[in-house]
Design a binder for this molecule. Structure first.
Ligand code: TNX
Length: 537
């Protein structure tokens, strides 16, 4: 082949690149940016701020590592390496200024103002958390690709923004399938990009116990050795758990640990015979392939159960008739409280189908005393409404409006996790490769089109803390599975939690979501390409 003919493909590629970059105009209209969650107010001034090796000026009032956080994330998008300086001066030309000053009451504890001029960028907030959320917004208006002159430039204007709900959460089930410390950190990163501030970790269930308890070591050492379908499982040492707590805290996320009791408890019954009891009968579900046997239960008085790798729920229970039961619960909650700086301990309380009703009520009453004695606030799934709960308790609504209303009537605050809308382990449609559908098929618009304050008639805004999207783990084998079900529904749940309900509409939101396609892709996520959204590539 002639030499110049060989150049033809190369020239075509170069031409395509040129055409592509020519269409990449620097953005100048801040109101046209696809920010999720949608900010409270955006005003555009029609110019551009050129991002050219900026210095991030961190006000001395802000003793925090937000400067290096922003530098790392900016670098990830643009390849630019900003300098970081601590300063008492206001912003100098060309720079990005992070400042905490008290006094803008409207912004509250999590709000921020992001002001972008041709000269500089300033994020102001009452608290560091607000600066962090301002940083997230800023990162979303930085283009993923340089413009035709090879620059990164940001549209100018002012954004004032603060959340509607204080509880903006997601739950990850690490019990049905175990996820490593690094996996959970990645999950935390994803939540943080969308201003979510709660990570609820479902740490224990029939199939696995995932947190070290020093006074009852076998729960993790033995009870953590399997998972659904019989994989090798795993658990977090207390040191690793603390590492997760710190990683989340640096992103203004509180970890809420859940020990699910009195049911969903087989991993503990399998680890200590003295906890086992005759009420527990292994389910005979044939629909799993784990090392499961039906022998063992109730045979000898103190014989532990077998480990369980199936998917049935509600068949195991702690027993009040066993003298060690409450000592066990006390020890677990004491140890967990000591390594959990957040205010909450989740005690589960769901689907206790084989626990006698009077025992269930007694259990929840006692759990609540123990949690209180350890200086924490008790959260339980909505079934705890049957016990003597009061204004200190928090109930998580998932299926029964009656339970949720009963809990609210007793003074408990409510977290909204309606399974038909935000159970992110539900399939998108009948073709989804993983997930369940017992609650519903949940398309991207279904997960977005609802509002916590009107979801259950009779429960009003003042009784609600906010929204949480649980991701149950029976069908999730790895992080690709996790991300597939999370994205693109999580951004919509984040918007429900953050943005004013009055300004929300699916038709407007779906355009912004489509424009987030390339960002999700840049994070390495193979998200579900819902046909209800036009994805930009
Ligand atoms: C119900 S929701 C459960 C979980 C399952 C989930 C599967 C709730 C409080 N309990 O134990 O993992 O369904 O979708």
């Amino acid at each position: 082949m002639k030499f110049y003919l060989r150049l033809v493909p190369l020239l075509i590629v170069m031409g395509a690149v040129l055409i592509q970059s020519c269409t990449n105009e620097p953005p100048t209209d801040l109101t046209k940016e696809s920010i999720i969650p949608k900010p409270v107010s955006v005003t555009a001034t029609g110019k551009g701020f050129l991002l050219k090796s900026p210095t991030i000026l961190v006000d001395e009032s802000l003793k925090d590592n937000l400067g290096s956080y922003l530098a790392t994330e900016l670098n990830r998008i643009t390849g630019i390496t900003p300098n970081i300086e601590s300063t008492t001066e206001t912003s100098k030309a060309g720079n990005i200024y992070l400042v905490v000053t008290d006094g803008d009451a409207e912004l509250g504890a999590e709000g921020y103002e992001l002001s972008i001029s041709e000269d500089s960028v300033t994020i102001t907030a009452n608290k560091p958390a607000g600066v962090f959320y301002g940083i997230q917004t800023l990162l979303q208006v930085v283009p993923l690709k340089s413009d035709k002159s090879g620059n990164y430039s940001i549209a100018t204007g002012t954004i004032r923004d603060y959340p509607t709900w204080g509880w903006r959460g997601s739950m990850l089930d690490v019990a049905r399938h175990f996820f490593s410390v690094d996996d959970v950190k990645r999950y935390i990163d994803m939540l943080s990009y969308y201003k979510i501030n709660i990570l609820h970790l479902h740490l224990t269930d029939d199939q696995g116990w995932r947190i070290e308890i020093k006074s009852w070591p076998n729960v993790a050492i033995h009870g953590g050795t399997t998972q659904v379908d019989g994989g090798k499982g795993g658990y977090y040492t207390q040191e690793q758990y603390k590492e997760l707590v710190a990683y989340a805290a640096a992103r203004y996320i509180t970890i809420v640990p859940e020990i699910d009791m009195p049911s969903h408890i087989n991993a503990a019954l399998a680890s200590y015979g003295e906890l086992n009891n005759p009420e527990t009968k292994f389910p005979k579900d044939g629909n799993y392939a784990g090392p499961v046997e039906t022998k063992g239960i109730g045979e000898g008085k103190d014989k532990p159960t077998d480990l369980y790798a199936g998917r049935e729920v509600g068949w195991s229970t702690l027993s009040l008739s066993k003298p060690t039961t409450m000592k066990f619960v006390n020890d677990v909650i004491r140890e967990l409280s000591a390594i959990t700086p957040g205010a909450y301990i989740h005690i589960g309380g769901d689907e206790a189908h084989v626990t006698k009703k009077e025992d269930y009520i007694e259990f929840i009453n006692r759990f609540s005393e123990i949690v209180k004695a350890n200086g924490k606030q008790m959260i339980g799934w909505e079934e705890i409404s049957q016990a003597n709960i009061d204004g200190n308790a928090i109930a998580q609504h998932w299926a029964s409006e009656d339970h949720a209303k009963e809990a609210a009537a007793k003074g408990a605050k409510i977290i909204m996790s309606p399974s038909k809308r935000v159970y992110l382990d539900m399939k998108y449609d009948s073709l989804s490769r993983i997930g369940y559908n017992w609650a519903a098929y949940i398309e991207v618009d279904d997960a977005y089109n609802w509002d916590p304050s009107t979801r259950v008639s009779g429960i009003n805004k003042e009784q609600i803390l906010g929204v949480e999207a649980p991701l149950w783990g029976e069908t999730l084998k790895n992080m690709d599975d996790v991300m597939y079900l999370l994205f693109p529904r999580l951004p919509g749940v984040a918007e429900i939690g953050w943005s004013p309900a009055a300004g929300r509409s699916w038709d407007e939101y779906k355009v912004r979501l489509g424009n987030h396609g390339p960002r999700m892709k840049a994070w390495g996520i193979d998200y579900y390409r819902s046909k209800k959204v036009q994805w930009s590539e």
